[in-house]
Design a protein around this ligand. Structure first.
Ligand code: AMP
Length: 225
C-alpha cells in the first residue's frame, strides 16, 4: 500500500495553517495533528495538561518542551505508516524539530515536505482581528467587519464561535516575538535537509491550497480516494 504523506505546515500565527491543514486532511485523507487544538481541547476539558498549558498560552509563550514533545510525538507515532499526517503548530523550536526527526528516524521514516506559509505582520494582525474559532470542533472562521459573530455558527458542525484569548493584542505581540526568535530558526533546520518549500500566504485560501497541492503532487505519493 502507498505510504501516506508526512507534512509539516509552518508559518506565523494567522498564516492560514489551520485552514489549509483541514483542506489537505479532507483531500488527502491524512490525519491533522494541531498542537494548539490539542492544548485548547485540554483547556476546555479542564484537564491537568490544559491547566498547565493555559498560563503559557494566555501569555503568548510556548508551552515547555517537557510538556509538549511527548504528547505530540506519541500522536505522530500512533499513526500507521500508510496513513500519513499533517503537523500544524509543531515543531516550534529547533529542539522539537530534532526530537521529531529522532523518533521518525527510529522507524525509518522522514518528513516529505515542510511547507512554510509566509505572510507580512500587518496582514497577520488584520486576519487575527477577524478570526473566530469553533468551540466544538476548533475550525477557524473569518467574521468580517459589520458581521455579527454571535449570529454566526460553525460551518463544519454548527458550534458556537469565539475569539481566542491569545489573539488579543498583547498576547499576539508576544506570539509574534516568540515566532521570530524561537520558531524561525526551525526553517534553517529543514532547509538544510532539502524538504522546505516556501509559499506566500497572502493569496486567497483556494490559491494557497492550489500552490500547496502543486508542491505535493511533485512528491512521489498519490492522493488517496
Ligand atoms: P496555535 O493554535 O498553534 O497558535 O497554538 C496556540 C498556543 O499553544 C501557542 O501560542 C503556544 O502557547 C501553545 N503551543 C502550540 N503548539 C506548541 C508547540 N509546538 N510548542 C509549545 N507550545 C505550543
Amino acid at each position: 500500500m502507498a505510504q501516506g504523506l508526512r507534512l509539516v505546515l509552518f508559518g506565523p500565527p494567522g498564516a492560514g495553517k489551520g485552514t489549509q491543514a483541514q483542506l489537505l486532511r479532507d483531500r488527502l485523507k491524512i490525519t491533522h495533528i494541531s498542537s494548539g487544538d490539542l492544548f485548547r481541547h485540554h483547556l476546555g476539558q479542564g484537564t491537568p495538561l490544559g491547566l498547565r498549558a493555559k498560563e503559557y498560552m494566555n501569555r503568548g509563550e510556548l508551552v515547555p518542551d517537557e510538556v509538549t514533545i511527548d504528547i505530540i510525538l506519541d500522536k505522530v507515532m500512533s499513526i500507521p505508516d500508510d496513513d500519513g499526517f499533517i503537523l500544524d503548530g509543531f515543531p516550534r523550536n529547533p529542539n522539537q524539530a530534532q526530537e521529531l526527526e529522532k523518533v521518525l528516524a527510529a522507524e525509518s521514516r522522514n518528513l516529505d515536505k515542510v511547507v512554510h506559509i509566509d505572510i507580512s505582520e500587518p496582514e497577520l494582525a488584520r486576519r487575527i482581528g477577524s478570526r473566530y474559532i469553533c468551540r466544538a470542533c476548533q475550525s477557524p472562521h473569518t467574521v468580517g467587519e459589520g458581521e455579527d459573530a454571535n449570529a454566526k455558527r460553525c460551518d463544519q458542525c454548527g458550534g458556537e464561535l469565539y475569539q481566542r484569548e491569545d489573539d488579543a493584542p498583547a498576547a499576539l505581540k508576544k506570539r509574534i516575538q516568540v515566532y521570530n526568535e524561537e520558531t524561525m530558526p526551525v526553517l534553517g533546520f529543514y532547509r538544510e535537509r532539502g524538504v522546505l518549500v516556501e509559499i506566500s500566504g497572502e493569496n486567497t485560501v483556494d490559491e494557497v491550497n492550489k500552490q500547496i497541492m502543486a508542491v505535493l503532487n511533485a512528491c512521489t505519493h498519490s492522493e488517496k480516494t
